[in-house]
Design a protein around this ligand. Structure first.
Ligand code: NAP
Length: 271
C-alpha cells in the first residue's frame, strides 16, 4: 500500500465498478491524491482498492453528500459508479452544483451491435418486461417445436430490477446475479449466483445447457460480462438490450481511466 502524498488533492470517488477501482489505485499510487472511495454497500464482499480510505453506505441524498464534501475538505468529486446508478449520479450533480465542487463522471463505453447480432434496444427495464411478455421463441433448426412452449430467458439485469419481471408467469428464467435476490421474483426460474469475469466458452455452454431462447441485459459495457453477447451471437439468439439512463446535463464526462487522470491533472493545474 502506498501512502498518499501529504497535501495532495483530496478526491471523493464514488465507486462500485472495475474502472473506479483502477482509477482509485492510479490516483493514490501515481498521482499523489488522498482518495476517499465510496461504496453503496450492496455487495457483501466488495472488491475495494487497497491504497485508499473506504466508506460504505448512502450519504442521505444530495444534502448529505454536500455536507460530507465540506466536512472531508474534498477538492474534487468523481462519479465512477455503474452506468445504471442513475440516482447516485443525479445526487452527485446536485451536490457538486450546490457546493461548487468540480465533478467528473467516468462512464465506460456502452456495447455496440456487431454483424450477426440480433439485438432489440429498449429504453428502460419496464420496456424489457413488456417485450419479454410478448416474446415468442423461434426454435427452427433447434430440434424442438415452438408449439406454444414458454420461452426460456437468461436474465442478467442485476438484482435491483428483478421484481419488475415477477408478474411474468409464463416464461422460464435463468436469473444470474452477484448477491441472492429479494423474494419478488418470477415464479418459473432458477437462480445462478456468480460474478464475472465470464468467458465465451462457459457462456455458450450455459446458454445451450439451459436451452435459452433469449438474453435480457443492461447496456453495462466493459469486458467483464460481454462474453454472453458473443455466445448469443454465435448461437443466433436474440438479445433484449436495456439502454442506459442519461448522464446529468452539463457535467464533464470521460470514458476511460486514462482520460479521467488527464482531466484531473488539468483541474489541478488550473487550481
Ligand atoms: P442508485 O440507484 O443510483 O443509488 C441509490 C442510492 O444508493 C443512492 O441515492 C445513494 O444513497 C446510494 N449509493 C449509490 N452508489 C453509492 C456510492 N458509490 N457510495 C455511496 N452511496 C451510494 O445505484 P444502484 O443501482 O443502487 O447502485 C449502487 C452501487 O452499486 C453503485 O455504486 C454502483 O456503482 C454499483 N453497481 C450498480 C449496478 C447497477 O446495475 N445499477 C451494477 C454494478 C454495480 P443516498 O441517496 O443515501 O446517498
Amino acid at each position: 500500500m502506498t501512502a498518499p502524498t501529504p497535501g495532495g488533492p483530496r478526491v471523493l470517488l464514488l465507486g462500485g465498478t472495475g474502472e473506479a477501482r483502477r482509477l482509485a489505485c492510479a490516483l493514490t499510487e501515481d498521482a499523489g491524491c488522498d482518495v476517499l472511495y465510496s461504496l453503496a454497500g450492496r455487495v457483501r464482499d466488495p472488491r475495494v482498492p487497497p491504497s485508499c480510505r473506504v466508506r460504505v453506505g448512502g450519504f442521505g441524498g444530495p444534502d448529505g453528500l454536500a455536507a460530507l464534501l465540506r466536512a472531508e475538505r474534498i477538492d474534487t468529486l468523481i462519479d465512477a459508479t455503474h452506468p445504471f446508478a442513475a440516482r447516485m449520479s443525479a445526487s452527485a450533480a446536485t451536490a457538486a452544483a450546490a457546493t461548487g465542487h468540480p465533478l467528473l463522471v467516468l462512464r465506460r463505453p456502452g456495447w455496440r451491435e456487431r454483424p450477426g447480432d440480433h439485438w432489440q434496444r429498449v429504453p428502460s427495464p419496464p420496456a424489457a418486461v413488456d417485450l419479454v411478455e410478448r416474446f415468442i421463441p423461434d426454435r427452427r433448426g433447434a430440434g424442438t417445436v415452438a408449439g406454444g412452449d414458454p420461452p426460456r430467458v437468461f436474465l442478467t439485469t442485476g438484482r435491483g430490477d428483478l421484481a419488475l419481471f415477477a408478474r411474468l408467469d409464463r416464461p422460464w428464467f435463468l436469473i444470474r446475479c452477484v448477491e441472492p435476490p429479494d423474494p419478488a421474483l418470477p415464479p418459473r426460474r432458477a437462480i445462478l449466483l456468480d460474478r464475472g469475469p465470464f468467458d465465451v466458452d462457459a457462456e455458450r455452454d450455459l446458454l445451450r445447457r439451459h436451452r435459452i431462447d433469449a438474453v435480457v441485459t443492461k447496456d453495462s459495457g466493459g469486458s467483464m460480462t460481454a462474453a454472453k453477447l458473443t455466445a448469443a451471437r454465435e448461437l443466433g439468439l436474440p438479445v433484449i438490450m436495456i439502454d442506459r439512463p442519461p448522464v446529468p446535463a452539463g457535467v464533464d464526462v470521460v470514458n476511460s481511466v486514462e482520460a479521467a487522470l488527464r482531466w484531473l491533472a488539468g483541474c489541478t493545474d488550473a487550481g
